[in-house]
Write a protein that binds this ligand. Structure first.
Ligand SMILES: CC(C)(COP(=O)(O)OP(=O)(O)OC[C@H]1O[C@@H](n2cnc3c(N)ncnc32)[C@H](O)[C@@H]1OP(=O)(O)O)[C@@H](O)C(=O)NCCC(=O)NCCS
Length: 209
């Protein structure tokens, strides 16, 4: 088709994968579906609602599904801004869509957002047994700087305190930009293949196997 045919029409390019977007109160049902499926002690909807509507220091974002058969919400992340620190309080990917690079994309999106807010470091706590999340954080440059004994009330498990420093430094920002480009490319290359497969309806389901 001649490109001239498009003159005068609104053409919107869809960026794939999309960037993370602010979480809305209307996202809560989908967020809670993931939250309950992946965490032994999920936060309450009330806790999310409070942060979304009352806490000016909180920054919650979601990644929306961008093609079939993705669910409308693939994952989310939230951090609180405390002076020069972004403390990541929650981070999860839909259980059926983990292990494909989506978590890394979401985390890099939140770090990018924190950098724009002139933050110097990102911090988080992670269960000592959560090796998968720790591997992700280490790949992004987080370091373990402490251990909080019996941090999790459900099991008494310890938490590792991990931090990513130097977010105002040019070299750190360049490293993260390279990671982001690689994460984007991976999602662009791998996920279209998923879309052409026959996917059971259970891919939308967060209730387990
Ligand atoms: C942690 C979590 C958000 C990661 O999201 P994800 O989409 O599965 O992660 P990605 O596919 O982007 O993986 C990023 C890295 O994590 C590590 N990783 C992912 N799956 C892994 C596995 N099964 N075993 C070990 N490491 C793994 C790898 O280092 C991977 O990097 P690579 O793909 O370059 O090898 C997701 O697993 C989740 O929601 N878990 C439950 C909730 C949770 O634990 N949240 C974090 C609380 S601190």
């Amino acid at each position: 088709m001649c490109p001239v045919a498009l003159v005068g029409q609104a053409v919107t390019a869809i960026q794939v994968p999309p960037t993370i977007e602010p979480m809305l109160l209307s996202d809560l049902e989908a967020v809670m579906g993931i939250e309950r499926a992946v965490f032994p002690t999920p936060w309450s909807p009330r806790a999310f609602r409070y942060d979304l509507s009352m806490d000016e220091h909180s920054h919650y974002s979601v990644l929306r599904g961008w093609m079939q058969p993705m669910p409308p919400l693939l994952g989310y992340i939230g951090f609180w801004l405390w002076d020069e620190e972004a403390h990541i309080g929650t981070f999860a990917v839909h259980p059926r869509w983990q292990g494909r690079g989506i978590g890394k994309w979401i985390m890099l999106g939140a770090i990018r957002q924190a950098i724009k807010l002139r933050v110097e470091l990102a911090t988080l706590e992670v269960r000592v047994s959560n090796l998968k999340a720790q591997a992700l954080y280490q790949k992004l440059g987080f370091e373990t700087v402490g251990r909080r004994r019996h941090y999790y009330s459900d099991s008494g498990e310890d938490a590792l305190l991990m931090t990513l420093h130097g977010l105002r430094r040019k070299d750190r920002r360049s490293e993260l930009a390279i990671q982001r480009a690689a994460a984007r490319q991976r999602l662009q290359e791998q996920l279209p293949a998923v879309a052409t497969m026959s996917i059971p309806a259970s891919l939308y389901d967060v209730s387990g196997e």
